[in-house]
Design a protein around this ligand. Structure first.
Ligand code: PAF
Length: 284
């Protein structure tokens, strides 16, 4: 696996591959890789001639009181995992390489209807940071396909909208959530949980699963289901439920009774750790 820290050098390599007619699959990450990330690399490997991953902890998408400084950075370990997963190239830029004008950085701002709700409401500016870095990474890597995990459901919706609105010639793939044996969605932030919190954490998936089952059996009392799940999570030991909502998977607007596809989005807190999870279902 070749490691590139400079945009220009990676561009030269990508140009060579493109000149040979090879397809490129791209997996952007912030590092601290777990099996969820590696499943994305595997999907890229199955679909493309060359696989490029990136590791960049993007300061633009963290708020002033968020975990940018303490976000786990495990470069050596990540390289080993990517190598074993047959990644061809890793892009590992510095902040200065990505943001040459840090005070006056050009930004990509995706429409408010999907960026100021849910995560955008709690983390103002977060999705501008994500859209900006992802569009820059797309410009650098110029992939045929790019793969993102379903766990960050809203992030995928935002990137999908950006790609459509800006006519970027890239096929996006939303990969299923990788889960631990007890159902907890894999996340780099799970390591912030202490032993007791780690035991409570999988109940978030149970709550989502209960709603999914109710929807599948025809229940359309969305707000009752959301309220019952919130109460259940607080009883189980979660400190706060930021939201648990049944929405339209494309627009993230509240679900309506006549639709068949639903996304159930949830964020709940254990101590200062926010756990995100979701389920996507097609009801009969
Ligand atoms: O999901 C992530 O890890 C990040 O938000 C991404 C897409 C790599 C952009 O920094």
């Amino acid at each position: 696996m070749q490691i590139f820290e400079q945009i220009a050098a990676l561009r030269t390599q990508i140009g060579d591959w493109k000149a040979q007619g090879l397809s490129i699959g791209f997996v952007p990450t912030m590092g601290n890789l777990h099996d969820g990330h590696l499943s994305l690399v595997k999907m890229a490997r199955e679909r493309c001639d060359k696989v490029v991953a990136s590791i960049f902890v993007n300061p633009l998408q963290f708020g002033p009181n968020e975990d940018f400084e303490r976000y786990p950075r495990t470069f050596e370990d990540d390289c080993l995992k990517l190598q074993l997963a047959s990644t061809d190239a890793l892009f590992y830029p510095t902040v200065a390489e990505m943001y040459p004008h840090p005070q006056t950085q050009t930004r990509v701002v995706v429409a408010d209807d999907i960026t100021v709700v849910f995560e955008g409401a709690t983390r103002p500016g977060h999705f501008d940071g994500v859209a900006t870095v992802v569009s820059k990474l797309f410009n650098i890597v110029q992939p045929d396909i790019a793969i993102f995990g379903q766990k960050d459901f809203q992030q995928f919706a935002v990137i999908e909208r950006m790609v459509e609105d800006l006519a970027m010639p890239i096929t996006l793939i939303r990969a299923p959530i990788a889960r631990d044996v007890d159902g907890l969605a894999l996340s780099s932030r799970n390591q912030y949980l202490d032993a007791k919190q780690r035991q409570i954490a999988p109940k978030l998936y149970v709550a989502l699963h209960d709603i999914a089952q109710a929807l599948s059996s025809g229940n359309r009392n969305f707000s009752d289901l959301e309220k019952a799940a919130t109460e259940q999570l607080l009883r189980e030991g979660f400190n706060q439920v930021d939201y648990i909502r049944v929405v339209d998977p494309q627009t993230l607007a509240p679900a309506s009774v006549d639709q068949r596809e639903f996304a159930i989005l949830a964020v709940a807190r254990l101590g200062s750790t926010r756990l995100l999870d979701n389920i996507l279902i097609t009801a009969a």
